[in-house]
Design a protein around this ligand. Structure first.
Ligand code: 2RA
Length: 353
């Protein structure tokens, strides 16, 4: 019998992208689909592959008979409900941060470590944070060829990484500064936001984002690190299976609505060439190589948003660092960075059922 698929958080921002992905998938291995959300959203109607489904309220019984349950909900909701789904017999594929670093929960990017889906003592599989995910397909392919040793990363993260609140805030700030000629003087942007009644205390960002970049994402951890930077380090090590990988990340929020970008400086055990890196990246089906700077060809978030692949460009051999490549990646943080990778993990499970 075709496996039963559930989506928990079907009415949220990532859940909505997930429904879009489910509706556009060419191969469809699933039988019944159950859409699940908080009691507040229960009863809503959503069309999945031509069939109008009624959203069910989250409860233990909704997982009975489910083979794979995808979770696109806040950490605390996943922490409580993914184990319940697993107890009821489903494999929970969780997009929250609740289980990512749990030794008994694999952290999976199908292009890199699909085989880890079988290694799930808790019945839970985690989906990585979108910032780490955006570079994993490229790094995984290069690691297989050259052996990754060190990673230095700067992120350029979109406002939608902070959810709908982040998107709304960026739009409100852009409206407040547009056409005002601000920006020549320190304090201009803050004054324009204050004049528009936009207080920073209401923002998900710790500084103005319009006409600005903000070197902060997540919460404060020890020694001045942001949680997002530690996620890049810890999750990269776990996904790539390199526990002692040297990683240093600086995470920066930029005034882009959706699509995270990363400047990656990766050092390998073996000698590298741009030509060989191009060949390897070009052969990876979920990557698009856009690397012709003489003709202005390289990835930018504005051109990448809404698509499934990760785009890679600006591949260079570092001039002063042996065995090292510098490159730039862009990936839609709501698709491959969240819903798409979760769905691809579910597809791997369906193929192995
Ligand atoms: C961010 N990576 O961009 C986070 C969201 N998970 O804020």
């Amino acid at each position: 019998m075709a496996p039963v698929l559930a989506l928990v958080g079907a009415t949220g921002a990532v859940g909505t992208v997930m429904v879009d992905i489910m509706n556009s998938r060419q191969n469809w291995p699933w039988g019944e689909v159950r859409l699940i959300a908080s009691p507040r959203s229960a009863g809503k109607k959503i069309v999945v592959r031509g069939e109008e489904l009624t959203v069910l309220a989250l409860a233990p019984e909704v997982f009975d008979g489910v083979d794979v349950a995808m979770f696109d909900v806040p950490d605390e909701v996943s922490a409580r409900w993914a184990p319940i789904a697993a107890e009821r017999g489903a494999v929970a594929v969780d997009n929250s941060g609740a289980f990512r670093m749990d030794d008994d929960v694999p952290l999976v990017v199908p292009e890199v470590n699909a085989d880890k889906v079988a290694d799930r003592p808790r019945g839970i599989i985690s989906n990585p944070n979108c910032t780490t995910l955006s570079m994993m397909a490229a790094l995984g392919a290069l690691h297989r060829a050259f052996g990754l040793r060190q990673l230095v990363v700067a992120s350029y993260q979109a406002a939608s990484g902070a959810g709908q609140e982040g998107i709304d805030r960026l739009h409100a700030e852009v409206d407040a500064v547009a056409g005002k000629g601000v920006g020549d003087r320190a304090g201009d942007v803050r004054e324009a936001l204050a004049a528009a009644g936009l207080s920073l205390s209401d923002s998900p960002f710790p500084a103005p984002l319009a006409f600005n970049v903000v070197p902060w994402a997540g919460s404060l951890k020890e020694d001045g690190w942001a949680s997002e930077e530690l996620k890049v380090r810890n999750e990269s090590r776990k996904i790539l299976g390199i526990p002692d990988l040297a990683v240093s990340a600086t995470c920066v929020r930029v005034p882009v609505v959706t699509t995270h970008s990363l400047a990656v400086h990766a050092t390998f055990a073996a000698p590298v060439t741009v030509a060989e890196a191009h060949r390897i990246l070009g052969e990876q089906p979920t990557l698009v190589l856009q690397d012709d700077p003489a003709n202005g060809v390289f990835p930018t978030p504005a051109d990448v948003v809404g698509g499934d692949p990760t785009y890679v460009g600006r591949v260079r051999q570092a001039l002063d660092f042996p065995n090292t490549l510098d490159f730039f990646v862009c990936g839609d943080n709501l698709r491959k960075g969240a819903a798409l990778n979760t769905y691809e993990i579910a597809e791997v499970l369906a193929a192995r059922a």
